[in-house]
Design a protein. Structure first.
Length: 391
């Protein structure tokens, strides 16, 4: 009973989250809809894997499942790519995006073609040899079974590993790009899914390790391989659950913002006149920050500051980047941190939460993280030093 539950766990998890996403309906964002499709694919694939892993005597049914698995399993990582792509893009997908499905079409198409050419009897015999005596059986060079074993089996594993390297690299870079894009426009990143996508990325690396584990375990004895299969399926199920949990919580994407930034850059915006910047915009910007202390507003954005200065966000972003060599997020939080230090000095009895909220931070946890990064000390350590110096 427990072994059956372990084998079927990924399917149950996938169906559970698909049901929750379906209940949300139109509230789902574009990345969430893509993730739901990813769950459907991995749910079907894990059902097929469960049949393979528990053993199957009907090899005629086995090769038919193998065709479906070749198409769907090679489409799983491309859907992950689509998920991360949709975080930072709001426009339609082009041929470059859909090209990542070529391995699924190539391997899946060749697998279906070769099985079809061999016919039911020869296909069944081929699978029996691959499952029962793969290491001791050599197919005649140039034959259909030889081509199928080379492309549909060995080629499949190579394409999977290639997908892992390319798509995991892209996903990591796009997650970084997502965060950088937010830092150009927002002074607080809380509730903007930065941590959510980091958790999804970590989950992908865990799935990568599990995949390498199951592929590498093929060299083990049948008994040990049998045990590894259960570990693999339980690991996939648990990881899939937590990844989907963070995707489900996603209620904000930066696609429209970053797309607007890219489109704005493409427009015929005249280059910044440094004289005008330093004589007009910079003094106004400095007054807004240092005198009016607009950074104390926790939800202040680059768009709002640009509106108050009767300018556009591209100019203000460039001004901050060129004058202060940092992003809008880092600049505003640097101001908040300086204000917080002064507040601690004047009122050492204030709690961390009081200091954080008074300084413009949405959450005390984010305040603590920024404080530690910038000062090298925790809030408590800094306050202790302040009290000691006063004493």
């Amino acid at each position: 009973m427990l072994k059956t539950a372990a084998i079927l766990l990924p399917s149950f998890v996938a169906l559970f989250w698909v049901a929750l996403f379906l209940i949300n309906g139109k509230e789902n964002s574009r990345p969430q809809r893509i993730w739901m499709l990813f769950l459907l694919f991995i749910g079907v694939c894990s059902q097929i894997w469960s049949v393979f892993y528990t053993g199957i005597e009907d090899y005629s049914f086995y090769y038919k499942l193998d065709i479906v698995d070749a198409f769907l399993s090679l489409s799983i990582l491309p859907l992950v790519y689509f998920y991360f792509w949709s975080l930072t893009h709001d426009g339609p997908m082009g041929w470059k995006q859909y090209a990542c499905f070529l391995p699924a079409l190539l391997i899946g198409g060749c697998t279906a073609l070769f099985y079809g050419l061999m016919g039911d009897e020869q296909s069944t015999d081929f699978v029996r040899h691959m499952v029962e005596s793969r290491e001791n059986y050599v197919f005649p060079t140039g034959s259909l079974p030889w081509a199928l074993s080379l492309i549909g089996w060995e080629g499949y594993y190579l394409f999977i590993l290639g997908q892992v390297v390319v798509i995991m690299s892209y996903s990591t870079l796009n997650a970084i790009r997502y965060r950088r894009g937010l830092k150009h426009y927002f002074s607080n990143l809380d509730e903007k899914a930065v941590e959510n996508n980091r958790a999804v990325l970590i989950g992908l690396y865990v799935l990568l390790l599990l995949t390498l584990l199951i592929y590498g375990s093929r060299i083990l004895s049948p008994e040990k391989y049998f045990s590894v299969k259960y570990i693999f399926m339980v690991g996939v199920g648990v990881t899939l659950y937590f990844m989907s949990y963070y995707v489900y919580k996603l209620r904000f994407t930066a696609g429209d913002i970053i797309l607007a930034m890219e489109e704005e850059t493409k427009e015929a915006i005249p280059p910044i006149d440094l004289h005008d910047v330093y004589t007009e915009i910079l003094p106004q910007f400095t007054h807004l920050i240092d005198e009016e202390q607009i950074f104390l507003q926790p939800h202040i954005t680059l768009e709002e500051i640009a509106r108050q200065l009767n300018s556009n966000r591209t100019y203000i972003s460039r001004l901050i980047n060129e004058e202060f060599q940092m992003s809008f997020y880092d600049y505003i939080n640097g101001k908040r941190l300086a204000y917080a230090k002064a507040l601690i000095t004047q009122n050492p009895q204030y709690t961390r939460d009081e200091i954080a909220h008074a300084s413009g931070f949405l959450h005390a946890q984010n305040f603590s993280r920024v404080f530690k990064q910038q000062t090298g000390l925790t809030f408590s350590e800094w306050r202790k030093n302040v009290v000691a110096n006063e004493g």
